[in-house]
Design a binder for this molecule. Structure first.
Ligand code: G
Ligand code: G
Ligand code: MN
Ligand code: NA
Length: 253
C-alpha cells in the first residue's frame, strides 16, 4: 500500500470532501464568497489535508482527476446554495499543472455547464509561485478562463519575491495577501508596510484584495484602517463542512 494507490482509491470511493471558508467584505461584514479546500477522509477516519497529498497527486499524475472533481463539486455546491437562497461566489484552488497541462478551460466550462452555475459565481486561485515561473506558458489558458467569464485571483500574494510586472500582463482581478503578512500586524513595521504597499498597488491597478488568515479583531481593525476590501480567516470562521456552512451562513442562519 502506497499513498498514491490510496489516493487513486480515494477518488473511486469518494473519500475526498470539500470544506468551505467564508470570505467577507471588511466594511459591513457581508459574506460574499467561500474558498473550497479539499480534504481526504481515509477509511480509517483520518482527515488528511491538501498539504499532505496535493504534491503527491501532482507527481502521480492524479491532479487533473482530483482537480476536475474539486471543480465539479464546488460548482455543484455553489449552485445548490444559490437555489437555496445563499448566493455566493466559490473560490477554487488550481494547481499550476492544471493550467499548463491538460484542458483547464474545457474542464471549467464543463463544471459550469453541468452545475448550471453562472461563471460570475466562480473564482479560480493560482499561486504567485506558479505565476512567476509559468505565466507565459499559461497565459493563453488564463485568458481562455477569463473569456468564460470567471475571475482569477493570485493566491499567497507577496511570497514570491517577484517582479510585479506580471500583474499588468495577466488577466487577474484579485490578490490574496498571504497570511504570513497578516499574522504580525499591527505591530511588525515591515509587515505593516508590505500590507499597505499591496493595498496601494491593488487599488491603483483596480484589483480586489482578500487578506488571508485574519485571526482577531485587532488585525481586522488594522486592515479596515488601511482600506482593505475583504478578508477571510479563523476570526470570521475556520473552514466548515458544507452542512455547517449552510447552517451558519444560510438563509436565516
Ligand atoms: O486547508 P489547508 O490549510 O490545509 O490548505 C493548504 C493548502 O492546500 C492551501 O494553500 C490551499 O491553497 C491548498 N489547497 C486546498 N484545496 C486545494 C485544491 O482543491 N486544489 C489545490 N491544488 N490546492 C488546494
Ligand atoms: O494557501 P491557501 O491560501 O489556499 O490556504 C488556505 C489555508 O489557510 C486553509 O488550509 C485554511 O485551513 C488555512 N487558514 C484559514 N484561515 C486561517 C487562519 O486564520 N489562520 C491560520 N493559521 N490558517 C488559516
Ligand atoms: Mn487559496
Ligand atoms: Na494563501
Amino acid at each position: 500500500f502506497t499513498m498514491d494507490t490510496g489516493l487513486r482509491r480515494a477518488l473511486d470511493r469518494q473519500e475526498l470532501v470539500l470544506h468551505y471558508q467564508p470570505q467577507a467584505r471588511v466594511e459591513g461584514s457581508r459574506v460574499f464568497g467561500a474558498e473550497a479546500l479539499v480534504r481526504w477522509t481515509t477509511p480509517e477516519g483520518e482527515v488528511i489535508g491538501p498539504g499532505r497529498f496535493i504534491a503527491l497527486a501532482e507527481e502521480a499524475g492524479l491532479i487533473h482527476t482530483i482537480g476536475r472533481w474539486v471543480l465539479g463539486e464546488a460548482c455543484r455546491q455553489a449552485r445548490e446554495w444559490e437555489l437555496a437562497g445563499l448566493p455566493l461566489r466559490v473560490a477554487v484552488n488550481l494547481s499550476g499543472l492544471q493550467v499548463v497541462q491538460g484542458d483547464i478551460v474545457g474542464d471549467v466550462r464543463e463544471a459550469l455547464e453541468q452545475s448550471g452555475l453562472s461563471p460570475s459565481r466562480l473564482e479560480l486561485e493560482i499561486t504567485e509561485g506558479f505565476v512567476i515561473g509559468h505565466a507565459d506558458e499559461g497565459l493563453e489558458r488564463l485568458n481562455g478562463l477569463r473569456r468564460l467569464g470567471i475571475e482569477l485571483a493570485v493566491d499567497d500574494f507577496g511570497t514570491g519575491y517577484s517582479s510585479l510586472s506580471y500583474l499588468t500582463r495577466l488577466p487577474v482581478q484579485c490578490l490574496k495577501i498571504d497570511r504570513s503578512f497578516i499574522s504580525d500586524v499591527p505591530g511588525d513595521p515591515d509587515d505593516e508596510t508590505i500590507v499597505a504597499a499591496i493595498l496601494s498597488i491593488a487599488e491603483r491597478l483596480g484589483l480586489d484584495v482578500i487578506a488571508e488568515g485574519v485571526e482577531n479583531a485587532t488585525q481586522l481593525d488594522f486592515l479596515r484602517s488601511l482600506g482593505c476590501p475583504a478578508y477571510q480567516g479563523d476570526y470570521l470562521s475556520p473552514p466548515l463542512t458544507a452542512a455547517e456552512f449552510a447552517q451558519r451562513w444560510g438563509a436565516g442562519g
